[in-house]
Design a protein around this ligand. Structure first.
Ligand SMILES: [Zn+2]
Length: 151
């Protein structure tokens, strides 16, 4: 590692055409670049619009997500999307959601169920209900953002 090489080898450095084309736009681009990687690049985190677009092609899942938003509100769903992890969103669990799971997927999750794993019969999107062990914590329903390809 010779330090002189770093300045002597321009081949590895991609020229930034943006800075040459429009110097006045640089500040605008820099601020855009600051916000973009946080949502787009750093992880598989999705926007609400993207999540909706992944649910929409499937009649059951589209119905479920629309019903969830109607029952729990857009803020609730947006929060769930913002907190999504590794391709799953964690939804609130309540009677309305239980009805929705039944109507959308035909799965009846009983009040005394502790754990229930289901799967959309059309697109094979998985969902997992988990009853909280702690009365202070809410029960949750995790659902896949995108149905993974399975064999
Ligand atoms: Zn589905």
């Amino acid at each position: 590692m010779v330090s002189e090489d770093e300045t002597a080898v321009p081949d590895n450095v991609a020229p930034q055409s943006a800075s040459e084309d429009a110097p006045t736009d640089r500040s605008a681009e820099q601020t855009a670049a600051k916000t973009k990687p946080a949502s787009g690049r750093r992880g598989p985190r999705q926007t609400l619009a993207e999540v909706v677009s992944y649910f929409a092609p499937c009649g059951r899942c589209g119905f479920f997500l629309a019903g969830y938003r109607a029952a729990n509100g857009l803020d609730n769903l947006e929060t769930a999307v913002n907190q999504s992890k590794s391709g799953w969103i964690v939804l609130s669990w309540n009677l309305a959601v239980r009805e929705l799971v039944l109507k959308s997927y035909g799965c009846r999750i009983e009040a005394d169920d502790l754990h229930y794993e289901g799967c959309c019969s059309e697109c094979r999107r998985h969902f997992i209900f988990r009853a909280s062990r702690n009365p202070n914590d809410p029960d949750t329903l995790r659902i896949e953002i995108k149905p993974r390809k399975r064999q």
